[in-house]
Design a protein around this ligand. Structure first.
Ligand SMILES: [Zn+2]
Ligand SMILES: [Zn+2]
Length: 302
């Protein structure tokens, strides 16, 4: 009888806990918005030169991090004073999405719990976040990290569901592979798809599958590394045109599109022009979409 009573009590606690989580708002913040390689300097200081990292705070005690580019260093400093549980997901393991991890301050906090999901392709797991800390590429090895940093090999959807995040995943079109993620809570949704070529030469994942995945999202953060001038030379490199990201947002009925993963050579002035031109064209087409060019420090609440 005792185990039944305990199970029942636990069930109630889980339901109460999930109910509280469901009522909390998601706070999305951008820490790194640049693709391929960090690009600091006077020409990129407005939008920022750090590589991809976006945080989603759910209430006061849970932080989901998407990608561990160099932007994660600054996020780590902000997280240091509060012992939230941290969940880190990488879209893939290209350098620009993992290279900030060794400089993530919470790794070095004794009582900190960090759940890390390895990148998985087929049956193969790539735990590049930990592997790069081998004593040769970085002086501190994972054996000497004081935090409780756990590698999670369970199904990402099931595991995150237990912690209040409703997550689904899509396979991107990108050399070497990558995933996009949709996070939902309290009837609101954020879709994060970076390093994705919407019209690749091979046509791996279809336009329609991305439209379905992004359907009615409140916020779509999408790769928009290239402009028409980059084509056809960079066709097949695994990134999308600004116009294609806008087209996806329009077809899927997205409310707010954030253009992301800027080319390292794209200057602040050029990104200003992209913001101006894209907003004007969306208005001329009569589309009901808010469009922002991602910059470091951008914060959105859903
Ligand atoms: Zn990238
Ligand atoms: Zn990539």
């Amino acid at each position: 009888m005792l185990w039944k009573r305990l199970s029942w009590v636990n069930m109630v606690m889980i339901i109460v806990c999930e109910d509280n989580i469901m009522k909390q708002k998601m706070k999305v913040k951008f820490w790194g918005v640049r693709g391929s390689i960090p690009s600091p300097g006077m020409l990129t200081s407005k939008y920022g030169g750090n590589t991809p990292c976006v945080s989603i705070h759910l209430g006061e005690d849970k932080t989901l991090i998407l990608d561990a580019g160099t932007g994660i260093r600054q996020l780590g400093k902000e997280l240091e004073p509060v012992l939230t549980d941290i969940f880190l997901i990488v879209t893939h393991i290209h350098w620009d999405h993992i290279q900030g991890f060794p400089f993530f301050a919470p790794l070095f906090q004794k009582d900190r719990v960090i759940y890390v999901f390895p990148y998985q392709r087929g049956e193969t797991m790539f735990n590049s976040l930990f592997v790069q800390m081998d004593g040769a590429h970085f002086p501190v090895t994972m054996d000497h990290i004081p935090s409780k940093c756990c590698l999670v090999t369970e199904d990402i959807t099931v595991f995150m569901r237990q912690h209040g995040f409703y997550i689904t995943r899509i396979t991107n079109n990108h050399p070497g592979g990558a995933y996009g993620f949709r996070v939902e809570n309290n009837g609101r949704s954020v879709v994060y798809i970076t390093d994705n070529e919407l019209f690749p030469p091979g046509g791996e994942n279809s336009w329609n599958s991305f439209v379905d995945f992004c359907r009615d999202a409140d916020l779509l953060i999408h790769d928009a590394q290239y402009t028409e001038q980059d084509m056809p030379y960079k066709h097949g490199w695994g990134h999308s045109l600004v116009e294609q990201a806008v087209g996806l947002a329009a077809s899927a009925g997205v409310k707010h599109l954030v253009l992301f993963h800027h080319d390292p050579d794209r200057t602040d002035d050029e990104l200003d022009l992209i913001q101006e031109r894209t907003s004007r064209e969306i208005g001329e087409r009569g589309l009901d979409i808010r469009c922002s060019v991602a910059y470091e420090g951008l914060e959105l609440e859903l």
